[in-house]
Design a protein around this ligand. Structure first.
Ligand code: ZN
Length: 429
C-alpha cells in the first residue's frame, strides 16, 4: 500500500500554479535568490548559506513539523555539541573511514577537536549515559543536529551541497527482535511526511556493501542486516532496487530516492542499520535474564537535511508555497489611508492567531498593490474599504483568483485552521 504509484494525492495544487505570474526556472539557487530565501557571502565562504528571514520561516516551519512527528513517533529530544575530541571519531570509526570528508582538527591546549561529520557518536554517548533495561527499549533519541563536511568549494552551490548540514536525525536503540518493527514503522512515517509536503518518492534504494569500498565490522553481521532490510521492504510491498557499494561504512540502509527539478536523483531520507557503533561504544542493556546485551542502532531521519529538503521544496513549489510555509501568509490592503487603523487591527488579530501578515499601505493604487502581492504569491489578500470597516469584515482574495467577503474573525480563524492543518489547498474550512 505504500508503493510509489500511491502519491497521486500528494502533488502540489496545480490549479494554483496556472497563474501568469509563474516564477523563474526550476533551479533552487535562482529561485532562492529571486525570492530572497538565502544568500552566501565570500567572507563566510562557499557552501555556508545564510538563511534570510523568508527562508528561515520555511525552515523553522519544517523543523516544527519534524519535531511534532518525532514526538508522535515516541522520540525523545536531545541536544549535543557540534564538535568533539578527535578520539570520539577514532572510536566511532569515522576518523578511519571518513577523515577525507572532515574538517581538519583544531588544537586547543594539548587536545584536538574536530567538527563532527555525523551526529551518531554523540547520540551513542547520550544512550550510554544511563543504564537501560530491556523494558526501556526501544529508546528513540531525536536531534536536529548540525554536522560538517569538508566539501571542496568547486562543487558547492545553493543548498544542495553544503559544508554544514542540519539534519533531522533520530537514533533508535533497540533489541535485535525490535529491528523489524522499528524499520517497518519508519518507512510509512517518511511516506506520510512526504505526503504532507507533496514530495513524490522515485524509488526506494536498498544500499548494500560491495567490493569497491571498505566497510566496518563482521561480514556475517552485514549479511544479516542486509537480509533484514530486504525483508522489511518486501513485507511493506515497496518496489526497490538493491545497489552495491552505497551502504554507510557502518551498515546497510534504505534510501528514499527523489528527483530534483532537473530530473537528477537525490537521496532524501534514509533508514540505516548499525551493529558496529554499539560495539565500538560498548553500549548495553540489561536483558530479562539479568545479563548485559548489545543493543542495535538504527539511524533514521524523517525529513533529512534541512538544506536538501528546502532546495527540493523550492523547486517543487516554484515560489507557490502552501499557506503553512508561505513567508507572508496574509497581506492586508487598506483601500485608502482612512482604513490604515482598521488594517492594523486586522494585522494584530492575524498575529495573535499565529499567522504571518503584513500591511501593504495605501501609497499606490489598490490594483498595483494587488499585482505586487500576487507576484509574491502571497496566499491571501485581505482588502479593507469603507464598507468592510463598517461591518468588521474583509474582502478576501485568494492567490488563485477566488474572492469572498467575510467577517474578520471568520477569515482569521479559517486561515489559521488551513495553516495549522498544513494543507496544500487554500480552501477555508
Ligand atoms: Zn547516525
Amino acid at each position: 500500500m505504500h508503493d510509489n504509484n500511491n502519491h497521486d494525492d500528494a502533488k502540489p495544487d496545480n490549479s494554483d500554479r496556472d497563474s501568469p505570474h509563474e516564477v523563474g526556472s526550476g533551479d533552487h539557487r535562482k529561485l532562492g535568490r529571486e525570492q530572497s530565501l538565502f544568500t552566501t557571502h565570500e567572507l563566510v565562504g562557499a557552501g555556508l548559506p545564510l538563511w534570510l528571514p523568508d527562508g528561515a520561516v520555511i525552515r523553522a516551519e519544517l523543523e516544527k513539523f519534524a519535531a511534532e512527528r518525532a514526538d508522535a513517533a515516541g522520540c525523545r529530544r536531545i541536544y549535543t555539541p557540534v564538535l568533539a575530541k578527535r578520539e570520539l571519531f577514532e572510536r566511532s570509526g569515522h576518523w578511519d573511514k571518513f577523515a577525507d570528508d572532515m574538517f581538519p582538527p583544531m588544537r586547543l591546549g594539548g587536545e584536538e577537536f574536530v567538527l563532527r561529520p555525523a551526529n551518531c557518536p554523540h547520540a551513542a554517548l547520550v544512550y550510554a549515559a544511563q543504564q537501560h533495561s530491556y523494558r526501556d527499549l526501544p529508546i528513540r533519541l531525536a536531534e536536529l543536529g548540525s554536522m560538517f563536511r569538508s566539501e571542496l568549494s568547486g562543487v558547492l552551490g545553493g543548498l544542495a551541497r553544503v559544508r554544514q548540514i542540519n539534519l533531522d536525525d533520530v537514533h533508535v536503540f533497540c533489541t535485535e527482535e525490535q529491528i523489524e518493527a522499528e524499520v517497518s514503522a519508519a518507512i510509512p512515517q517518511i511516506h506520510s511526511a512526504y505526503g504532507v509536503l507533496g514530495i513524490d518518492v522515485d524509488y526506494y534504494r536498498l544500499s548494500l556493501s560491495g567490493p569497491k569500498r571498505q566497510y566496518l565490522g563482521d561480514p556475517q553481521l552485514w549479511a544479516r542486516a542486509e537480509l533484514l532490510l530486504a525483508r522489511v521492504l518486501d513485507e511493506l510491498q515497496l518496489p526497490y532496487r538493491a545497489v552495491a557499494d552505497e551502504a554507510a561504512f557502518y551498515g546497510p540502509k534504505i534510501d528514499v530516492q527523489v528527483l530534483d527539478a532537473g530530473g537528477r536523483e537525490e537521496t532524501l531520507s534514509t533508514v540505516q542499520l548499525d551493529f558496529n557503533q554499539p560495539e565500538r561504544f560498548d553500549l548495553s542493556y540489561i536483558g530479562s535474564d539479568g545479563s548485559r546485551h548489545r543493543p542495535v542502532m538504527i539511524h533514521r531521519g524523517l525529513l533529512s537535511a534541512m538544506e536538501r529538503l528546502v532546495a527540493q521544496l523550492i523547486e517543487l513549489y516554484r515560489g507557490v508555497f502552501p499557506p503553512w510555509l508561505a513567508p507572508v501568509q496574509v497581506s492586508v490592503l487598506p483601500i485608502s489611508a482612512a482604513q490604515q487603523a482598521a488594517a492594523e487591527a486586522v494585522l494584530d488579530q492575524l498575529r495573535v492567531a499565529g499567522l504571518r501578515g503584513e500591511i501593504a499601505a495605501a501609497d499606490s493604487s489598490l490594483g498595483r498593490r494587488i499585482r505586487l502581492a500576487r507576484d509574491r504569491r502571497i496566499p491571501y489578500l485581505a482588502v479593507i474599504g469603507e464598507r468592510e470597516v463598517a461591518d468588521d469584515s474583509v474582502a478576501l482574495r485568494f492567490r488563485d483568483g477566488r474572492q469572498r467577503s467575510m467577517p474578520v474573525q471568520q477569515a482569521v480563524g479559517g486561515i489559521a485552521a488551513v495553516s495549522r492543518s498544513r494543507s496544500r489547498s487554500l480552501d477555508l474550512p
